[in-house]
Design a protein around this ligand. Structure first.
Ligand code: SF4
Length: 182
């Protein structure tokens, strides 16, 4: 099974690489930008991108600089804490990621393998991912609505960790502070 996952990853990686080349971007730069379009306001910092990608600070910092120079993201100082810098994908950056996922070959292969129930397949892959993150002691970076800190609040939601309200959109995003219920 590991071999199959590696082959799939390899094919996807090749396609993302050739897509990125059209815009002068490396796969790591596409990955960083993808992450930034999916993460919440607590997770859009250079440190969080570094943790998510599992790469060195220097490599990630170079990639973020390229994305900024090409106009795919911009830096924004935190309004409360001036030491914190948020990385916001621009409209152009978001459009680019919309075009790159799912890759053309994946979408086409998925359309011809409809007999595989999507929910079941995702469930197995998610479980595998969760176990591997647990074994390797990595952060989960999962969607907020699955976090043990989320609480109902006035017909909406509240982050029990930060005590800040969360919108419907925010609970779909991934978070560096996320933890599954034990
Ligand atoms: S509830 Fe969990 S995932 Fe959501 S913002 Fe709070 S810590 Fe992050």
């Amino acid at each position: 099974m590991q071999y199959l996952l590696e082959r799939l990853n390899n094919l996807l990686h090749m396609e993302v690489r050739s897509f990125g080349l059209k815009y002068g971007l490396l796969p790591i730069q596409i990955e960083a930008l993808t992450y930034l379009t999916r993460c919440n306001r607590y997770s859009d910092t250079p440190q969080a991108v570094t943790e998510y990608l599992g790469l060195t600070k220097g490599t990630v910092s170079q990639s973020l600089k390229v994305l900024e120079q090409k106009g795919f993201l911009r830096k924004q100082q935190d309004t409360q804490d001036k030491r914190i810098v948020h990385l916001a994908p621009t409209t152009m950056g978001r459009k680019l990621i919309e075009q790159s996922y799912p890759t053309k070959s994946f979408a086409s292969a998925r359309a011809t393998t409809k007999s595989l129930p999507e929910g079941k397949l995702e469930e197995i892959l998610r479980e595998l991912l969760r176990e591997m993150q647990y074994i390797t002691n990595r952060k989960t970076f999962a969607a907020c609505y699955t976090c043990r800190f989320i609480e109902p609040h006035q017909k909406k939601y509240l982050c029990g960790l930060t005590k800040k309200p969360l919108s419907e959109r925010e609970i779909e995003l991934i978070c560096r502070e996320h933890q599954f219920p034990s």
